[in-house]
Design a protein around this ligand. Structure first.
Ligand code: AMP
Ligand code: ZN
Length: 116
């Protein structure tokens, strides 16, 4: 995906505040943080969304889940954190390359969904 922003970050073509990288995944801070600590874990291969994931992606998705607590701890989130995977239009996904948000900080996060 030539002009996908997260593919470009994964290829090093766009700078990011990188926390972690290996063959399969990259983690970097969100450019518009929604919490004291807000970063995301992204598969390097282009998967459009969680709705596009198949059995062949199980391994990299598992890696992302297992990495989340490790990177959260390294980022100082010793007392919990929140993971979010926005999916598709209804999920409010803006960047169409699957990513897992990790959010946290000193204080308890607000309710997961605003109650109108
Ligand atoms: P989502 O709504 O789940 O698709 O979230 C997309 C997220 O990507 C938003 O929180 C943006 O702030 C973030 N974002 C967009 N461009 C960049 C970038 N170049 N570097 C880091 N984060 C970004
Ligand atoms: Zn991509």
């Amino acid at each position: 995906m030539d002009d996908c922003i997260f593919c470009r970050i994964a290829r090093g073509e766009i700078p990011s505040k990188k926390l972690y990288e290996d063959e399969d995944v990259i983690a970097f801070h969100d450019i518009h943080p929604q919490a004291e600590v807000h970063f995301m874990i992204v598969p390097k291969s282009h998967i459009e969304s969680l709705a596009h994931a198949t059995e062949e992606h199980a391994r990299v998705l598992g890696r992302m889940m297992v990495l989340a607590p490790v990177l959260a701890k390294q980022a100082g989130l010793s007392d919990g954190f929140r993971t979010i995977v926005n999916t598709g239009r209804v999920g409010g996904q803006e960047v169409m390359h699957l990513h897992m948000h990790i959010l946290g900080g000193r204080n308890r996060l607000p309710p997961m969904l605003a109650r109108n």
